[in-house]
Design a protein around this ligand. Structure first.
Ligand SMILES: [Zn+2]
Length: 313
């Protein structure tokens, strides 16, 4: 059974923007700090992963060398939108097409790699996103997190903001709804008018449908490291029993601590140092790679047979 690892290369500015904080317009960045950590950790577990890059970051010339290094190291490069707006699901079809095209061009220019996979910012997706992806030759979408705790995560994330009602409205679907707990936890194929596209969900705990991605494990480890490890072992065993090859998500803030990034105190786990986080993250990734043949999302998809089809409406 093949597993996959993906990393959403959210930058300091995209967190500030989503959170509704001032200062994001200057595009503050920590890519020069986090990309070397990504390369070191994936090298230590000897695994190629999928890195979803934000188009705006790829458009900055100062990032070209850093981002190209990810492709050179053998990682798959995916598209994580251009402007990283979790309200992308409210765009018109024309806005969706422009957004995806701009991101695709910037990302392929800087990395020399044409993305075939997409993950929506904040897991936002829509039928027009799926249609556009299929029409432009994308093989898969990876924008679902089948958990019921999205609204809780959203409330936690925005506990320290002063958003206007309009700003809050735009962010009202960030991290999804309770209904998402009923979405499939294994890959399937969206049935579209013009061709199909695969969906690879970010795996959650089978049956219980609570998150098992690295940020969540680190959050648990803040209470008890033994609990976090026990929980992840349990999740991986449950995936094996259910025949689910897990697709596990990493975020830059799983590799960066409060000693390396300020302004993001609202994010869970920022009271830990970067070195503690990297040590724990490496441990969780080793638990995964020792139990499953782990690689990129494209590799995982290629290893699966015919997928079950599902209508978008
Ligand atoms: Zn993101």
């Amino acid at each position: 059974m093949k597993a996959s690892l993906s990393l959403d290369l959210d930058n300091l500015w995209s967190y500030l923007k989503t959170h509704g904080d001032a200062g994001w317009e200057g595009y503050p960045s920590y890519l020069e700090t986090v990309i070397p950590h990504i390369l070191t950790i994936t090298d230590s577990i000897q695994t190629a992963i999928t890195v979803f890059i934000v188009g705006q970051d790829a458009a900055f010339e100062k990032n070209t060398e850093l981002l190209a290094a990810l492709a050179v190291a053998g990682h798959e490069i995916g598209n994580h939108s251009f402007r990283h707006e979790p309200w992308m699901n409210t765009y018109t079809p024309a806005e969706v097409a422009d957004e995806l095209k701009a991101a695709h061009e910037a990302i392929s220019n800087s990395t020399g790699h044409e993305p075939i996979g997409f993950r929506g910012p904040g897991f936002s997706s829509s039928p027009s996103v799926l249609d556009t992806l299929a029409a432009t030759g994308y093989t898969y979408d990876a924008s679902t997190l089948p958990t019921w705790i999205g609204p809780l995560a959203r409330r936690y994330y925005f506990r320290s903001t002063n958003l206007t009602p309009a700003e809050a409205g735009l962010r009202s679907s960030l991290f999804g709804s309770v209904r998402d707990g009923f979405l499939p936890n294994t890959p399937y194929e969206w049935e579209l008018d013009d061709g199909d596209i695969a969906e690879i969900p970010v795996t959650t705990m089978p049956l219980a449908r609570v998150p098992i991605h690295i940020s969540y494990l680190l959050y648990l480890s803040g209470h008890s490291t033994a609990l976090a490890e026990w929980y992840f072992r349990l999740a991986l065993r449950a995936c094996r029993v259910r025949g689910t090859g897990p697709s596990i998500l990493i975020h830059p803030l799983d590799l960066l601590g409060g000693d390396e990034v300020d302004q993001l105190e609202f994010f869970p786990g920022m009271d830990m140092t970067g070195s503690v986080k990297r040590e724990r993250t490496t441990r969780y990734l080793q638990l995964l790679t020792s139990r499953f043949d782990t690689g990129t999302m494209a590799e995982q998809l290629a290893s699966l047979g015919t997928l079950k089809r599902r209508p978008t409406a």
